[in-house]
Structures are given as C-alpha cells and as structure tokens.
Design a protein around this ligand. Structure first.
Ligand code: ATP
Length: 227
C-alpha cells in the first residue's frame, strides 16, 4: 500500500512553487508519492482559454524531470481527473481514485488559500474524514489569491483574507511546514511569456520554458487557436 498525496492544479504552466510543495511532501515523508493531478477545464477559470490538457501534462512532466532524482522518482503527473466524466469535483475524483487503486491510500493537498473556501466545496467532511488533507501555508503576498484555482468554488461564509486560517484548521488536516515559498504564479508567468520575456529558472524550469516557447504558448492572439 502506498500513501499518495493528490496535488491538483491547472498547471498552466507548472512552476517552481508547485514543485516546492511536491518536494517538501516527499522529503518530509508525508506521503510515498505525490501525484500532480492536471485538472480538466475549470469553470472558475472561465475568463481565459486554458492550454489543452495534453500540453499541460507534457509541461508538468518536464517540470518533474527537473527535480533532483530522490524527489523525481516519487512525483508523478496524472491525467486521471481529466479522464473522468465532467463535471468533476475533488470529492468525486478522490472516490474514483480509491475505486481505481483500492490498495492505495489518498490524501488531498491544498493551499491555505483554498482552505478558506473549503467548507463550501462538495463533501468537505468526507474529504477530511475519509482521505485527509495536507495544507501548505501561503504567505501574505506570495501569489496567494483566495479561492483561486478550485472548481469547487468560493464559500461566502469563509474567513476574510488575512484572518489566520491555519489556526482554525479542521481536524483531518495536517500542515506542511518547511516549504520555501516561491513568489510566482502561473498567471504572472503567462504574462511574462506574452510579453516575450523568458522568466528566470528559479521560477520555472528551463525545460518548461523551452516547451512554451517552441509551441508558442501564451503568445497574444496565438494561444486561443490551440484550445
Ligand atoms: P493561476 O495563476 O493560473 O491561477 P496558479 O499559479 O495558482 O495558477 P494552479 O495550477 O492553479 O497555479 O495551482 C495549483 C495550486 O498550486 C493552487 O491551488 C495554489 O494553491 C498552488 N500554488 C500556486 N502558486 C504557488 C506558489 N507560488 N507556491 C505555492 N503554491 C502555489
């Protein structure tokens, strides 16, 4: 039996912030493996075209390839959720994972920013009780936007930004400590590429930047033609 940490994201593109979380989970042995779960189209990100799934999977694989060997062998890219009937919700993905891999154990990874809206997701109790959640802190100002990136949606009764979310962590959550924060977001990276800038490799691995440039991703006027 393996304990698998499921870290979902759009990964459009994947970056060092994502890799830092996966690396910390593996290094601290909070799970045997981390699966970067590439999301299907997210209704909460409807404001823009999302890069096709298969390209986000390829970018995530390149990102993982840039990790040191001892971490790389424990981080995988998965398109499991993208292959499920839509719409998918975190809890339905976890149920499907458990059914597909009955010998393994799954735990969900979310950011402090998403914890603020967690109570408004589908099946929060089931997620906490049956799977468990690893929460990683997001520092104020470090690319954290409350509720960003989660299709389960914001909860209007969630604490305001700036309130101490981690001190109110529900049972079933464990907090990931010792992650070095990387001040980067996929949005900022897409803007950089759109402006013709190549971001520093401290923010995004060179293999991912190379892929983006060679496929002309995020270029103004070109990106939408790919979707
Ligand atoms: P976007 O800018 O397009 O909203 P993102 O950078 O937040 O994207 P996602 O693919 O949505 O990237 O990220 C999945 C999860 O990764 C998010 O829920 C978020 O909590 C986390 N994350 C994003 N950026 C960072 C970062 N710099 N450090 C740690 N975690 C991050």
């Amino acid at each position: 039996m393996s304990r698998i940490a499921v870290f979902g994201g759009t990964f459009d593109p994947p970056h060092r912030g994502h890799l830092a979380i996966a690396g910390a989970i593996v290094r601290q042995r909070m799970a045997d493996e981390v699966w970067l779960m590439v999301s299907p189209e997210n209704p909460f990100k409807q404001g823009r075209r999302i890069t096709p799934e298969w390209m986000r999977v390829e970018m995530a694989e390149r990102a993982v390839g840039s990790l040191p060997e001892e971490v790389r062998s424990r981080v995988r890219v998965s398109d499991f959720e993208a292959r499920l009937p839509k719409p998918t919700y975190t809890v339905t993905t976890l149920r499907a994972l458990r059914k597909a891999y009955p010998d393994d154990e799954f735990v969900l990874v979310i950011g402090e920013d998403n914890l603020r809206s967690f109570a408004g997701w589908r099946g929060p109790e089931e997620i906490l009780h049956d799977y468990g959640v690893i929460v990683y802190p997001r520092e104020e100002g470090v690319s954290a936007r409350p509720g960003s990136g989660k299709k389960d949606g914001p909860d209007p009764s969630a604490p305001e930004e700036g309130e101490d979310t981690l001190s109110k962590t529900p049972s079933g959550c464990v907090i990931l400590k010792g992650v070095s924060m990387v001040d980067v977001s996929s949005t900022a990276l897409r803007e950089a590429f759109a402006d013709g800038r190549v971001p520093d490799t401290a923010l995004i691995p060179a293999a991912v930047s190379g892929y983006i440039i060679s496929h002309a991703l995020y270029r103004r006027g070109i990106h939408s033609a790919l979707s």
